[in-house]
Design a protein around this ligand. Structure first.
Ligand code: CP3
Length: 357
């Protein structure tokens, strides 16, 4: 070039987080890795915060605490994804559904929704008004993490959210939501529609404020038989994906459902970019069933983290080999379990980050 001219690189690309490269099917040297529930009670540093701030709502709705807790696993393990510390129920109070998360009991919905009149009381969600701390936290996380990892947002899927608000909390048999589904389907559909509109908006809001990929948790959709999944979950997941694609065509969307082996092909019909597999599906079979275009996430049994270091190493290698090169985010098949030794989590990340295809 002539002296004095500035040489512009041909492809002026800012280095993107490995997780995004992997989802897009680009050439990557190893699978990116993060763990569901990587921030939480298995960490001593989180337990210390819990002693000082015993209310889950406070820990998850205060910007300083949300940022600090989200960054705890980042500071120690340097995962390739940093997920916002929050909960799928967080938007509910903004939709006029009061809730709490009670220690030892889990989610509690004070006035479970059971009738058409109850559903009428549910308000549309305006994230910037109801949960401004989520946007602020994501913005700060983006600055802190600075593209060395992807900042991940998440939402609950309509059916899974409905299961909490109809049952009144966690459930074993899902009898109340099934009663509603199978005796007054219109009432449930009205509720699911409200959640679909609101969660699509929530994803857009998270992306606008810094989330670089968003995971949709339909944890309990697998309580539905395939025909019922097609009626009560799939259309709303599709609606969310289609709505978000219109405004954010390049935002990777990850879909997780617990125990989804019977529904894998149907999960792919939602149009998401990544299906997150739990450990009841063999990774190689899951891959085959989802086809080459779908990226996969998972799927080490969280219980493996209670095994020896060699055992953990072997299980990581097994999943990585079965997933094959590219389009794979290494993760667990569900969240880290309370009581998991932190040093085993450290070992998991060390092994994962040392992998080369
Ligand atoms: O992954 C992360 O690190 C981000 C944090 C996160 C939480 N909840 C924090 C949390 C995420 C992604 C969630 C999602 C969530 N919440 C799901 C979908 C994922 C899944 O597990 O299938 C569901 C179903 C919920 C509802 C919910 N919130 C349950 C069933 C519980 C557990 C109750 C208990 O006491 O174990 C919660 C509470 C909750 N959310 C905790 C955490 C860390 C534990 C309570 C605490 O730390 O005080």
């Amino acid at each position: 070039s002539l002296p004095g001219t500035v040489v512009e690189p041909k492809t002026a690309s800012v280095a993107e987080p490995l997780l995004l490269n992997a989802v897009r099917g680009e050439d990557v040297e190893r699978p990116p890795v993060w763990l569901m529930r990587q921030a939480g009670r298995y960490m001593k540093s989180y337990q210390i915060i819990c002693e000082k701030y015993p209310s889950f709502r406070e820990r998850s709705e205060n910007v300083d605490l949300v940022v600090e807790i989200s960054l705890q696993p980042w500071n120690v393990f340097k995962p390739d994804g940093v997920i916002l510390f929050s909960d799928i129920l967080t938007p509910l109070s903004g939709m006029n559904i009061p809730f709490d998360i009670v220690k030892g009991k889990g989610p509690v919905i004070f006035n479970p929704l059971r009738t058409a009149a109850d559903v009428d009381q549910v308000r549309e969600f305006f994230p910037e008004e109801s949960v401004p701390y989520v946007g602020e936290s994501l913005t700060i996380l983006r600055k802190e993490v600075d593209n060395k990892a992807a900042v991940l947002g998440f939402v609950g899927a309509p059916f899974t959210l409905a299961s909490y608000v109809v049952e009144g909390g966690s459930s074993k048999h899902f009898s109340k939501i099934k009663r509603l589904a199978f005796s007054q389907p219109k009432v449930l559909h009205a509720l699911l529609q409200k959640f679909a509109i609101s969660m699509a908006k929530y994803i857009q809001y998270q992306a606008d404020n810094g989330a670089q990929a968003v995971q949709i948790f339909d944890s309990w959709a697998t309580e539905l038989s395939p025909v019922d999944f097609e009626e009560f979950s799939l259309p709303y997941l599709k609606q969310i994906v289609d709505t978000v694609r219109r405004t954010h065509p390049n935002l990777p969307l990850i879909l997780y459902a617990s125990g989804s082996g019977g529904l894998l092909e149907r999960l792919a019909l939602t149009g998401v970019d990544v299906v997150s597999l739990d450990w009841t599906v063999d990774m190689a079979e899951g891959r085959r069933r989802l086809g080459p275009d779908m990226a996969v996430q998972g799927n080490v049994d969280p219980g493996v983290l209670f095994g020896s270091k060699d055992f953990i190493t072997n299980r990581i290698n097994d999943v990585v080999r079965k997933a094959g090169k590219g389009k794979h985010i290494l993760n667990l098949g569900h969240g880290i379990v309370v009581g998991t030794p932190e040093e085993n989590v450290a070992h998991f990340f060390e092994v994962a980050k040392g992998i080369r295809y």
